[in-house]
Design a protein around this ligand. Structure first.
Ligand code: THU
Length: 134
């Protein structure tokens, strides 16, 4: 999937748009994600918290699990929108790494400014991967 600037803008808008659906009454840190598959589909996700705090799920993983549930396993890019462009957590990096190290990860702040733009390989060096199971 060629990454046009239109597509990049659409991903940023989708991540920012879905962010209002975040269920984050405890942290009040709303996160929206938009994941682009190699087939050109976009899957969004938000963080969903729980009164039993550890059960909360990140926006990135929700978007990945939605995509995988629909038969998608190759991801070109994920855009993560927060108020400050915060970085994806380690657990989400690991889940992204399962499906490919070249996925591009971009974070944007409330103004749509790009704060981080890296690959999964760069974000999670020496990742534990399926082939390590031998
Ligand atoms: N969160 C995400 O959704 N993605 C991240 O990469 C960082 C953290 C969520 C989890 C929790 O609901 C809130 O942000 C504060 O940690």
């Amino acid at each position: 999937m060629a990454m046009t600037s239109n597509l990049r803008t659409e991903l940023i808008e989708r991540a920012q748009g879905v962010r209002s659906n975040a269920y984050a009454p405890y942290s009040e840190y709303a996160v929206g994600a938009a994941l682009l598959t190699n087939t050109g589909k976009i899957f969004t996700g938000v963080n969903v918290e729980n009164a039993s705090y550890p059960l909360s799920m990140c926006a990135e993983r929700n978007s990945i699990f939605k995509a995988v549930s629909e038969g998608e396993r190759q991801f070109d890019m994920i855009v993560v929108a927060t108020h400050n462009g915060g970085s994806p957590c380690g657990a989400c990096r690991q889940v992204l790494a399962e499906f490919g190290l070249e996925t591009r990860v971009m974070t944007v702040d409330a103004d749509g400014e790009v704060v981080l733009d890296m690959t999964v390989r760069e974000l999670l060096p020496e990742a534990f991967r399926p082939e390590d199971l031998g």
